[in-house]
Design a protein around this ligand. Structure first.
Ligand SMILES: CC(C)(COP(=O)(O)OP(=O)(O)OC[C@H]1O[C@@H](n2cnc3c(N)ncnc32)[C@H](O)[C@@H]1OP(=O)(O)O)[C@@H](O)C(=O)NCCC(=O)NCCS
Length: 221
C-alpha cells in the first residue's frame, strides 16, 4: 500500500515571521535570505516548517536528519531518508506539503479571476477547453482551478515542467476522483475543495493508495 500524507495551512498575516524563521535550520534560512520578495520569503518559511513538521510527526524522521537537496528540475528531494518522497506548494497565503512512499506532487491554488477561456484554449487539452466552454461562469472558474491543480500535482510527481505537460496531462472531471485520460504514467490523483481554493495531489503508484489530509494552523507548528 502506498501511503500519502498531505498537510496544508492558511497563512495568518498578523503573525510576525521572525519567530518562525528562527526555528528553521541554517540551510533553510540561507535559502530564504536569497529570495527577494518578502511574500516569497514568508511562504518559503511556512512551507519548510510545515514540511519538517510532517516529516517529524508522520514519517518519524528527526529534525536533524531532515536534509533537503534539489534536482536540476527544481524538485525538492529528501536526502537519504528511506522510502519517503516529498512535495510542496506555496503562494497566495496558502501552503501545502506532502510526504509519500512513492514519487508525489501536491498543488494548492487560490481560486481567482483568470482569463479561463484564453488560458484553457492555449494550454489545456482540447477536450478540457471544450468542457470548460460548456460550463457557466462560476462553474467554469471552479473547474479551471480543479484542472490546473491536478496538472501541477502530476507534473511535480513526474518531476517535470508545467509548460510541456499542461496539454498532455488531460483529465475528465466527470468522474470522482477525476480521471487522468492520457498519458498513463501510473499516476493516481486526489483532490479536495477548500474555501475559495483547491488542493490536489498525485502519486506514481500501481497499487492502492492510502490518502490522508489534515489542515494545520501556524500555532500547531
Ligand atoms: C514545478 C512548477 C509547476 C511549480 O509551480 P508554481 O505554481 O510556481 O509553484 P508551487 O508553489 O506550486 O510549487 C513550488 C515548489 O515545487 C517544487 N518544484 C519546483 N520544480 C519542480 C519540479 N520540476 N518537479 C517537482 N517539484 C518541483 C519546489 O519544491 C518548489 O518550492 P520551493 O522552490 O520553495 O522548493 C513550475 O515551477 C515548473 O513548471 N517548473 C519546472 C520548470 C522546468 O520546466 N524545468 C525543466 C524541466 S526538467
Amino acid at each position: 500500500m502506498t501511503v500519502a500524507r498531505i498537510a496544508w495551512l492558511r497563512d495568518d498575516p498578523g503573525q510576525a515571521l521572525p519567530p518562525f524563521t528562527a526555528r528553521l535550520p541554517v540551510m533553510d534560512r540561507e535559502e530564504m535570505a536569497r529570495l527577494r520578495l518578502p511574500s516569497r520569503q514568508r511562504s518559503f518559511v511556512l512551507s519548510r516548517l510545515l514540511l519538517r513538521h510532517l516529516l517529524t510527526t508522520y514519517a518519524g524522521i528527526p529534525p536533524e536528519a531532515q536534509c533537503f537537496t534539489r534536482a536540476a528540475s527544481g524538485r525538492l528531494l529528501l536526502a537519504g531518508s528511506g522510502p519517503w518522497e516529498i512535495s510542496l506548494s506555496h503562494g497566495g497565503g496558502l501552503v501545502a506539503v506532502m510526504v509519500a512512499s512513492a514519487p508525489c506532487g501536491v498543488d494548492i491554488e487560490r481560486q481567482r479571476a483568470t482569463r479561463i477561456t484564453r488560458v484553457a484554449e492555449r494550454y489545456f487539452a482540447p477536450a478540457e477547453a471544450e468542457w470548460l466552454r460548456t460550463r457557466d461562469n462560476a462553474t467554469a472558474e471552479r473547474d479551471f482551478f480543479r484542472l490546473w491543480t491536478l496538472k501541477e500535482a502530476c507534473v511535480k510527481a513526474l518531476g517535470q515542467g508545467l509548460a510541456d505537460n499542461m496539454a498532455r496531462l488531460a483529465f475528465t472531471l466527470a468522474t470522482s476522483p477525476p480521471t487522468l485520460l492520457a498519458p498513463d504514467h501510473g499516476l493516481q490523483v486526489w483532490q479536495a475543495p477548500l474555501a475559495e481554493a483547491w488542493l490536489a495531489a498525485a502519486v506514481r503508484s500501481a497499487g492502492p493508495v492510502d490518502w490522508a489530509c489534515t489542515e494545520l494552523s501556524l500555532a500547531a507548528l
